[in-house]
Design a protein around this ligand. Structure first.
Ligand code: AMP
Length: 112
């Protein structure tokens, strides 16, 4: 599997782990866009949110819960943002489903 995030999950490419369990892995984004910028990924390879079928509903909910759990652990009491870039128009650059957790500063809206 040539997927970058699969290699990170397997430990073949180094990362700074933030959270992990049987379903997901979370690590610091290498190019942080906020004081807290964590990527939460499923251990199984799913290319994008658009490729997560009906059978992945529980997994998707788990990843969202994990993101909120990390936000609590990081003390983001003033709020944060979860982003799932999907496809070309969504700005997705790595084709392994991932949630961005961004926090630690005020975030503008709308996004670019
Ligand atoms: P996206 O554009 O939504 O697909 O996000 C991909 C994210 O992966 C970007 O924020 C990158 O900074 C991040 N990224 C790329 N390579 C690595 C890496 N080796 N370790 C951690 N984050 C990475």
């Amino acid at each position: 599997m040539s997927c970058l995030f699969c290699k990170i999950i397997e430990g073949k490419i180094p990362s700074t782990a933030v959270f992990q369990d049987e379903l997901g892995y979370a690590f610091a984004d290498v190019n942080p866009q906020a004081p807290v910028h964590v990527l939460i990924v499923p251990r199984e390879h799913i290319s994008s949110l658009n490729d997560a079928g009906t059978e992945k509903q529980a997994l998707l909910g788990h990843l969202l819960w994990a993101a909120a759990e990390i936000a609590r652990q990081k003390g983001l009491t003033n709020g944060y943002r979860i982003v799932v870039n999907t496809g070309d128009d969504g700005g997705q650059s790595v084709e392994h489903l991932h949630l961005h957790l961004l926090g630690g500063r005020s975030l503008a809206w709308p996004p670019g």
